[in-house]
Design a protein around this ligand. Sequence first.
Ligand code: BT5
Length: 248
Amino acid sequence: MGVSEMKVIGRDILRYGSVVSTNLVAKNMAQNRAVEGTVILAESQTKGRGRKNRAWHSPPGGLWFSMILYPELKPDCAMLATMCASVAVVEGIKRYVGVDTRIKWPNDVLSDGKKLAGILTETHATTGKLHYMVVGIGVNVNNDIPGELQDVATSLKYETDGEIDREKLFEVFLEIMDGKYALLREGRYDDIQDQWTKHCCIIGREIRVHEHDSVRTGLVKGIDEKGRLILETKDGLFTTVSGDVEIL
Ligand code: BT5
């Protein structure tokens, strides 16, 4: 069988009620070499996390899950896995719920400009070798959005006016993610980059990137083969691996 015919994502699915963070559970399991493609799903998280240790609101009703991966990938190419996950979320929502969403670099899935889903990829690597990777996905499905996030976040239930079958949506995500992960394992990085670019809402737009203590303004030219954002600024081309984007 070719790589693409073997199912990896969701070979094992572990379901929890409440956990601290599915990424944390997954990282502990990855340390013990759990089977690749193991997925940890929780009803809620008491300390769901975003990038840079930000809090991720994770009440019952959403989909909060993490996947354990051991790709043959250089550690600085980890963004490709985040890209696979964001494309899988966009395609899964379109296929199962019929809602159009867009990707905002590096890890946001937006519906009408509001954040519907986020991805947190964490890696463990030493001396240029990637030991494991955990890709965590959080999607607001039937959960409410707390008051302080209402201007910036949304839930599928607001976008569709109805309850969604979370289990079916979860299955669709895993199935699509399996196909995207096959692209990664086959080294088809161009395909991942093309698909991601097609769904991205900031290419050609003027943005401001906040990274550490610096702020840069420029026009988004695209992303490179490692998923770094390429910005055309008044001082020339500039690439960044992490940072927060503000659309101007
Ligand atoms: C992310 O971070 O978008 C990554 C979120 C990853 C969550 C999943 S859930 C399963 C797995 N287990 C975890 O512990 N995490 C992963 P970032 O780009 O840093 O965005 C964080 C920001 O999004 C916060 O500072 C809030 O402003 C906002 N936010 C918090 N909760 C949200 C929610 N439920 N929906 C939309 N926005 C939210």
